[in-house]
Each structure stands twice: as structure tokens, then as C-alpha cells.
Design a protein around this ligand. Structure first.
Ligand code: FEO
Length: 180
């Protein structure tokens, strides 16, 4: 007896949309990395590079899952990201807002999986639900620090140093799920 059926079509489409959203997230963070590179803020840039890689891995996690459920991954165009920001603070306002948007999307996917009584997808999404708590928390923490720093250049340099300590995520880890 087959335990897990082939993935439902609507669920498959929604997961495909999420692959696109994760790759778009990667694009946004790479664009932000470039903003920081232009400001010679190397630590901020490195932090964004790591974020970029993590988002690719999120997309790959979904890619693997859709394939493992007998679905078909269909890649779509990736929207052009914003390319300029007025300040590091503005970058992190956008980062925090974007992660809140992604959380809403993941919650909607979980609602759909529940509606479809698709427990396997629901379980797979649990990882993303937990990840979004971390993603929002780290963006909010940096945003708070930048608000406190204001125009203090020394404070900004110290934060740049701190963010540069973030370990670089690895691309396509052999086993997805071990990339954190
Ligand atoms: Fe893939 Fe930052 O959410």
C-alpha cells in the first residue's frame, strides 16, 4: 500500500511559487550585499552574502521536496530586486519587512497543506516555520541596533565588525537540512 500519494496539484503550484519567492529573496539579499560593497561595509556585505546563500538553500530544499513527492518543479522569472538604499538602516527596514512577508507566505502554505490534509508537506513546512522565527529575530535585532546607532560612525563600524563574524553558509550542502 502506498503511504504518501503524489502531491496535490494546487499544493505543487504553491510550492513552486515559493521556490520562486526564495530565489527572489536570494536576489534581494545579493542586491543588498552590493549596496554594502559600494559603501565599503565589508561585514554587512559578508552577512548579506551568507543570507543570499541561505535563501538559495531554502529554494533547493523545496525543489528537492517537490521532486521527492512526484511533482514537477517549474522555474519562473525572478523579479528585479531593488538596487539602491539611502542608508544601512533602510536596508534592514526592508530586510525585516521582507522576512515578515515570507513568514506570511509560509503560514499560507501551511494553511493550504492543512486544508489538503497533506501531512508530509505540513511536516516539511515546520522547518520553514521555525526558520522564519530566526530570520525575523536576527533582522529585527540588527534593525534595532542600527536605530540605536543613528549617525554614530564608530557604532556603525563596530556593528560592521560584528556582522562580519557570521559564519558563511555553504551552498547546496550534501544533505539539505544541515546547512544551518
Ligand atoms: Fe527563505 Fe529569509 O526566508
Amino acid at each position: 500500500m502506498k503511504v504518501i500519494d503524489m502531491i496535490d496539484e494546487e499544493m505543487e503550484e504553491a510550492l513552486n511559487d515559493q521556490i520562486n519567492a526564495e530565489l527572489y529573496s536570494a536576489y534581494i539579499y545579493l542586491s543588498m550585499a552590493s549596496e554594502f560593497a559600494s559603501r565599503s561595509l565589508d561585514g554587512f556585505e559578508a552577512w548579506m552574502h551568507s543570507q543570499f546563500i541561505e535563501e538559495i538553500n531554502h529554494g533547493m530544499r523545496l525543489y528537492q521536496y517537490v521532486n521527492s513527492r512526484g511533482g514537477r518543479v517549474e522555474l519562473d522569472e525572478i523579479e528585479k530586486p531593488k538596487v539602491e538604499w539611502d542608508s544601512p538602516l533602510e536596508v534592514f527596514k526592508d530586510t525585516y519587512e521582507h522576512e515578515q512577508y515570507v513568514t506570511d507566505r509560509i503560514n499560507e502554505l501551511a494553511d493550504l497543506a492543512e486544508e489538503k490534509n497533506d501531512r508530509a508537506t505540513l511536516q516539511m513546512l515546520q522547518w520553514f516555520i521555525d526558520e522564519q522565527v530566526e530570520e525575523e529575530e536576527s533582522a529585527e535585532e540588527i534593525l534595532d541596533k542600527l536605530e540605536m546607532i543613528g549617525d554614530d560612525y564608530r557604532g556603525l563600524m563596530m556593528l560592521d565588525e560584528e556582522l562580519g563574524q557570521r559564519p558563511m553558509a555553504s551552498v547546496f550542502p550534501v544533505k539539505l537540512g544541515e546547512e544551518e
